[in-house]
Design a protein around this ligand. Structure first.
Ligand SMILES: [Cu+2]
Length: 343
């Protein structure tokens, strides 16, 4: 008679258990890496599109020469732009902005031909300013006007024909980019690497700076790119080269301030805290514009997610589970003492 199967003194689950435990232990090699990874995600914030900047009014002088000075104005798309019209002459002048973009009117037109064109095509603004008077007018240049150019003229007869015209050039496609930074009581900016990439220059960048500690700070950004500040030279340097932006970060956790500025071109722009001693203690960072930042500093060994560790752990877990299952249901591996005795 066939030998009775070995007594199930070691049941399938118990036979498989050591392999299952071994698989879990091997797989767990990767787990600290996962935890460490989440701790490092904040090191390089995303940049997204933000609210428009509130631009200062653009001064436009109207003279009896007759001229607009300046005759070429630049505004950012996505903004409500205000024009501060100052008639510095004695005659009436108008600030009449064409509705059609990218049109250059013919100065040989008669006043009647000019009026007929404006009647037919419309205006974005049409303001008459008496000699010695001033007026304000606002025009909304939405995002679709990026890189458009709008001519403006004085429609007082023969002033346009004599040279009283100019152009509003709309410079950028979008309201400012926005990013975030934090200040700490351990004299650091977190993160100390900011990244902003734009398809066009200049562009507006807004940095929301949040104080996570009690001490007050400043967010002070050099206007020149690729210049390295030092604690010994920054005071004199900023006297000769005023910062692109410098804002006070109020004391107290949770205080915030916007640093809004216009970036002229690609490069690495250093920022520091100007409070005495803070920069010397390491309170500085770099804004990378159109340039890839260096790889993040190597983190402690357990704090880096390495793909091969996770994949390896998964493979080991799978092998372990397979072995556990085989052991449980085939009852052969590893052989128990009883089973060995039957062969
Ligand atoms: Cu500081």
């Amino acid at each position: 008679m066939k030998a009775e199967p070995a007594p199930r003194s070691v049941g399938p689950l118990r036979r498989g258990a050591p392999w299952f435990v071994a698989a879990l232990l091997l797989a767990s090699i990767g787990l600290p890496a996962v935890g460490g990874a989440f701790g490092h995600i904040a090191s390089m914030p995303e940049v997204g599109y933000a609210r428009p900047l509130a631009a200062a009014p653009l001064v436009v002088n109207m003279t009896d020469q007759p001229r607009f000075t300046p005759a070429y104005l630049t505004v950012a798309a996505g903004n409500n732009s205000t024009f501060d019209l100052r008639n510095v002459g004695a005659y009436n002048h108008t600030f009449t902005v064409l509705r059609q973009p990218d049109v250059v009117l013919n100065t040989s037109w008669s006043p009647g031909e000019l009026d007929a064109y404006l009647q037919q095509n419309g205006t974005l603004a049409n303001v008459s300013v008496a000699g010695g008077a001033s007026a304000n007018v606002s025009i909304e240049f939405n995002a679709s006007t990026a890189f458009d150019s709008f001519e403006f003229v004085s429609v007082v007869p023969y002033q346009f024909q004599a040279g009283m015209y100019g152009f509003i050039n709309v410079s950028s496609t979008a309201p400012g980019l926005v990013t975030y930074d934090n200040t700490t009581d351990s004299y650091s900016f977190v993160p100390d690497v900011l990244v902003a990439n734009s398809t066009h220059y200049p562009f507006n960048l807004d940095v929301l700076v949040t104080n996570t500690g009690a001490l007050g700070h400043t967010f002070t950004l050099a206007a020149q790119s690729n210049y390295t500040l030092s604690p010994a030279n920054f005071t004199q340097y900023f006297q000769a080269h005023p910062p692109l932006v410098s804002v006070n970060v109020p004391s107290g956790a949770g205080s915030t301030v916007w640093a809004n500025f216009t970036v002229a071109g690609p490069g690495i722009y250093q920022y520091i805290c100007e409070v005495s001693g803070h920069f010397a203690n390491g309170m500085t960072g770099n804004l990378y514009v159109g340039i890839a930042p260096p790889p993040a500093a190597p983190a402690p060994s357990t704090a880096v997610v390495q793909g091969w560790i996770l994949v390896g752990s998964g493979v080991l877990l799978g092998i372990g589970i397979t072995l556990a299952a085989m052991t449980a249901y085939m009852g052969r591996f590893p052989p128990s003492e009883e089973e060995g005795a039957h062969h």
